[in-house]
Design a binder for this molecule. Structure first.
Ligand SMILES: [Zn+2]
Length: 353
């Protein structure tokens, strides 16, 4: 073995995947789709992974300075006041809070930061933040779409504060991550790429939104027709998302991973499968291996069918750990997929690919 080989062997993380699990049972509204029960099968899924694949991290609350890199202090105070009066609705989605919700949101962001620190410290190649409440609809100034603090935006800013410059965020939730787009749309160092079903909540995410000022070209929206599934996603990832990532040369890749693009999800009409999520994650992880030392972190967003969440958590965790896809426990949706060639052509023209 060469000297170089010895160094690589010594610095190779012993456990490929680290994760934080923040199920937030105290942030709950039984009749609401974003309730605590949607996480019931997440912990069993992680515990059933093969031995030595994943290491669970302890997670505390995100500190104020990390949160305030993304959110205004006036918003944090308003959220605190709303929670004190909870249970209450704070947004039309509707987004709810309980008296404990600010603590839940701080721990969701804190869990995400713990994963970032572990991966940036070289202790794991990949990370998975299994946290709720989710984050990608929350803007700097308001709660939206079941989201209170924007976990992935806080993670991106924390990574930059830790010395990385360029962060690529790939958002596979069925909904457009309006909050994440809003936070980074003028930032030339954060590439935000979102696939989402067009025409549903929150109504944003038009292909023509490409970023502003220094961030022009750094927002890439990929709006999809209902029934778009594994085959179309595979074509889009290879024809659009990988070339974007190769051109951008990120120092870190973050994935807003919503399992509500699964065919069983009650809130969306896309038809990804668990195997499809594995394929997407493997492909983006390969990009991370090529461009940023394998550093990739998935952050859970939506996903409202517990069985689909369970199957997708397993699939994404194995993909992040570099392992093959397990048999898909739920199969496919069965609808014919729409033709995405015209969409791909327009995206390639719009973004000069
Ligand atoms: Zn969603």
């Amino acid at each position: 073995m060469t000297d170089q080989g010895v160094i690589e062997a010594e610095t190779m993380p012993a456990v490929p995947l680290c994760y934080a699990l923040v199920p937030s049972p105290e942030h709950d509204l039984e009749s609401h789709p974003e309730n605590a029960a949607r996480f019931d099968l997440v912990e069993p899924a992680m515990e059933e992974l093969p031995l030595g694949v994943a290491e669970r991290l302890d997670a505390g609350e995100a500190p104020d300075d990390a949160i305030l890199r993304v959110h205004l202090s006036s918003y944090l105070h308003a959220l605190e006041a709303a929670c004190l009066q909870g249970p209450a609705y704070v947004d039309m989605a509707p987004t709810y809070v309980t008296q404990a919700s600010l603590g839940s949101a701080r721990r969701a962001a804190g869990g995400t930061l713990a994963v970032v620190d572990h991966v940036l410290g070289g202790k794991s190649r990949a990370g998975f933040a299994l946290v709720r409440p989710p984050g990608h609809h929350a803007t700097a100034t308001r709660a939206m779409g079941f989201c209170l603090l924007n976990n992935i935006a806080i993670a991106a800013r924390h990574a930059q504060d830790s010395g990385l410059q360029r962060v690529m965020i790939v958002d596979f939730d069925v909904h457009h991550g309006n909050g994440t787009q809003d936070i980074f749309e003028s930032d030339g160092d954060v590439l935000y790429v979102s696939t989402h079903q067009y025409g549903i909540y929150p109504g944003t995410g038009a292909m023509s939104d490409v970023g502003l000022g220094a961030g022009e070209g750094m927002t890439v929206n990929i709006p999809l027709h209902p029934h778009t599934g594994d085959e179309a996603f595979k074509r889009i990832v290879h024809a659009v998302i990988l070339p974007l990532g190769i051109r951008f040369e990120p120092d870190l890749i973050l994935m807003s991973t919503g399992f509500d693009a699964h065919w069983r999800d009650p809130l969306g009409q896309l038809q990804l499968t668990c195997s499809g999520y594995h394929m997407l994650t493997r492909t983006v992880a390969h990009l991370a291996s090529e461009k940023c030392g394998g550093r990739i972190i998935a952050v859970l967003e939506g996903g409202y069918d517990p069985e689909a969440v369970r199957g997708c958590v397993t699939a994404v965790a194995l993909a992040l750990a570099g392992l093959p896809a397990p048999p898909d426990p739920l199969g496919g949706g069965g609808y014919l997929e729409p033709d995405v060639d015209p969409l791909i052509e327009r995206l390639r023209q719009l973004h000069g690919l």
